[in-house]
Write a protein that binds this ligand. Structure first.
Ligand code: IFM
Length: 438
């Protein structure tokens, strides 16, 4: 099998993207384009053993959730109603391994039941092994910058693989860069460390863990399709005429969007961060990617501001008039094309593993979805190899630093009664899927 590096070279040599175009359009015509929704376990279920639970106490916010751990059957029935053919969800490590030496196999079986229900309903499961949260014991004893972290994570993967079956699509890590930026550079999420060198060490270990988990999944399931879900943003200078803003945007774009893709191509991680001694770190992930999961939400403008920390200011500006979401994020559908175009260089199929909007206004949600799916259609016609689109999220859920105010769901949740009510956006998505839009 050719590595993605070889494939990227072949494509560059022939300049030919036609096979990819045929593959993705054919997938759409055959009906195996993945139309899905995405969720994560902690955001729906919580877990008293997760590091985030103790973080919530520190933040003094209530660990409220949607009670999905009990109501999963009803929620899975919503997928059928929507008519999606794929569902991305995560399994919660802290439920499966609540203490270092204690495994709760019942928890894995719970997730297996979800997979069985999905298979019964003809819905392709995509399982995320790590979506931001860790068991508390792991965070305390082996946070990612510690060497023992990789081994501990792999023991969890081994346990999950020994019990779970019927899964073809795997995401090892959701948004590894967000995890490291928030947990280590900013220190605003667990483990709450403010250190760039430790953050880089954590990222290196996470990528090592991805490489090893990729091999373990393939050893057990040769046909598996394995990736990370990489958060990519459109990054632009605040003032185009200002060379310092332009420089900052270039640095941010390389670090945030591209350095990971280069590491998959070359096995070398280079971050090109200013104020930091440049290192090139070997990471054993070259070619260890069967598709790329892209999470896309917004555009960020970069400004050089000497009054800010390290001179960096980041803003969401409503430049094109598409508006800002309830997260304060700019709606910028064209940015999706830009990141997909760049990601296409990898030479593996792309799947949009998350795209969504926080708003209480259904019409706004519909407009957001339509504009972004129009971009996906345009990209397919341009010959990009895109195999799926997952809307974030199925139901309203717990949004990390914003709690319950950010309403991403196609189904609205009343957090007092736990009642789920379809928004008009749910009907729109169903309509779109049924009428095979492309
Ligand atoms: O809710 C998050 C999700 O956990 C990861 N991607 C972005 C979403 C919206 O912020």
């Amino acid at each position: 099998m050719k590595t993605i590096h070889q494939k990227a070279n072949d494509r560059a040599a022939t300049g030919n993207s036609a096979p990819a175009a045929f593959a993705s359009l054919a997938a759409e015509l055959r009906g195996d384009f993945l139309w899905g929704v995405a969720t994560s376990a902690f955001q729906l279920e919580g877990s008293s053993h997760a590091d985030w639970s103790s973080w919530e106490e520190i933040l003094n916010t209530k660990p409220e959730v949607t009670n999905h751990y009990e109501l999963y059957r009803e929620d899975l029935a919503l997928l059928k109603k929507l008519g999606v053919n794929a569902y991305r969800f995560s399994i919660e490590w802290s439920r499966i391994q609540p203490r270092e030496n204690i495994w709760d196999e019942k928890a894995v079986e719970h997730y297996q039941e979800i997979i069985d229900i999905l298979r019964r309903d003809g819905i392709e499961p995509m399982v995320t092994l790590h979506h931001f949260t860790h068991p508390l014991w792991f965070s305390r004893k082996y946070p990612w910058h510690e060497d023992g972290s990789v081994e501990k994570f792999l023991a969890y993967v081994e346990k999950a693989l020994s019990i779970l079956s019927g899964v073809r699509y795997w995401i090892t890590f959701n948004e590894p860069y967000v995890l490291v930026l928030a947990g280590y550079f900013e220190g605003c999420t667990p483990p709450g460390i403010k250190s760039v060198p430790l953050g880089i060490r954590a990222l290196t270990n996470i990528l090592k863990a991805h490489g090893a988990a990729y091999d373990m999944i393939h050893a057990r399931y040769p046909d598996a399709r394995v990736s990370v879900a990489h958060n990519m943003a459109a990054l632009a200078p605040w003032k185009k005429w200002n060379p310092l803003d332009r420089l900052l945007a270039r640095i941010a774009k390389y670090f945030y969007n591209h350095s990971l893709l280069d590491a998959f191509l070359t096995g070398r991680l280079r971050l090109n961060l200013p104020f930091h001694k440049e290192q090139e770190i070997a990471v054993p992930i070259q070619g260890k990617l069967d598709f790329l999961g892209v999470n896309y939400y917004t555009r960020i403008h970069m400004r050089f501001n000497p009054l800010k920390k390290k001179g960096v200011e980041m803003r969401h500006l409503d430049i094109d008039g598409h508006g800002l979401t309830d997260m304060g994020w700019e709606i910028h559908p064209r940015g999706l094309e830009k990141v997909l175009r760049y990601a296409s260089r990898l030479g593996v199929p792309l799947i949009i593993t998350e795209n969504g909007i926080a708003t209480r206004d259904s019409q706004e949600k519909i407009r957001f979805m339509k504009k972004h799916i129009d971009v996906v259609e345009h990209c397919l016609r341009q010959g990009m190899d895109i195999r799926g689109y997952f809307y974030w999220s199925l139901i309203d859920n717990y949004e990390w630093l914003q709690g319950l105010d950010a309403r991403f769901g196609l189904y609205k949740v009343d957090f007092d009664t736990l009642k789920r009510t379809p928004t008009n956006a749910a009907a729109y998505y169903s309509y779109l899927i049924k009428n095979r839009r492309f």
